[in-house]
Design a protein around this ligand. Sequence first.
Ligand code: HAM
Length: 426
Amino acid sequence: MSSAQPSLNPTRGMRDFYPADMAVRNHIFDAWRAASEHYGFQPYDAPVVESLDLLKRKSGEEIVNQIYAFNDKSGRELALRAEMTPTLARMVAARMGSLTLPIKWFTIAQCFRYERMTRGRKREHFQLNLDVIGETELTAEVEVIATALHSLTLMGLPPEKVSVRYNSRLLLSALLAFTGVLPEYHAATFLVLDKREKITAEQITELLTDAGLPEGQIEATMAVMRVETLSEAEAMLGPDAPAIAQISRFNHLLAQYGLEDRVSFDIGVIRGLSYYTGIVFEAFDSERSFRAIFGGGRYDNLLQDVGGKAETGVGLGFGDVVIGELLTELGCIDATPAAAEILVGYMQAEQTESAMRTANHFRNEGLTVDLALHAEKPKAFFGRAGKRPYRKAVYIGPDDVAKATIRLKNLDTREESEMPLPCAGC
Ligand code: HAM
């Protein structure tokens, strides 16, 4: 048997949350929840453990290679979820008959991906998921994007610090069809094009060859890669093409929320997940020094693919890691652990009961109260009270008990107010 102590660090890529880390996490989660509810999304949840088969079949190729998979004691092939979308599709498909569509749902899901660790990427993260299922109108895309942007405002991030870029897989498909790429190659082509900012043209050719595209089809794909602007795309497809009309309508709807300047077209946004079929989008910090803050899009076939009725969906995933780093870098976050409103302490063990009654009284009044667990000298007590953001303190000594009063001290103004010592149980 090894005598070495087990490591005190969490498993590589996993995260411990000490109280200061929880202050950051709660700041993000509170904004996510408030914004989601403000925009009319309902909460849902599901187990972290899913069937490997569901995740393997429904996630993009990139994610499939990152799945934490294992067998349970009965030999079932299981996995820790890498994303929430296949699970959501499974849940909705299971209740399709009884749900009134469209639905707007949100969750904060812990996800696991065996990723290469870089800035903004861990092997475990939390992700706000906002999804609308059963709505073909582009209002659904606008709602999820507007909600995510509102959560950023609630987090204290100035609007100019983040912008959203979008593209349309309908447009990309139309362009690929225009240059002669056959529809059966489009899905594989998207996944390769998604990597185009990270790899060379030769590597793209190699990946397209691996995906089974014949030489002529690769040349046709490269012609689409050379399209850089919406006007170039429009010149190829014509102003009446459905994909062009879709984009103008999307812009029109964004403008109703005043978001047209924060959400702009970028043909380079493709997304690495294979299930997207329509508008796809990603949010980035204005300096572009971090990975995507959130990303999502429309998926027309996923529900049917998991065995449900054909229904379209739109959604996004918004991780806590990148936004936490950005908020910290911009000084928009206070990592001071939360403290109760009142700290109650006492000088000698004889005042324990009086202090407990005092804490009980204020708690019954709905205030948050932290009670000292043993007697301490005034200097130690007030030193402790000053270190965390308590607003008030009550310190009970033998004189207070003799007079049957307590003094509630406002730690900001130093003012004291006197009141009767609460009785047992009140
Ligand atoms: P995704 O782009 O793979 O999409 O992830 C969404 C967001 O999750 C990213 O923009 C990032 O904020 C965060 N994220 C992803 N992987 C990591 C990681 N390893 N470490 C830290 N943060 C990470 C999806 O997952 C889709 N299922 C989103 C969606 C929902 N589409 C429709 N509905």
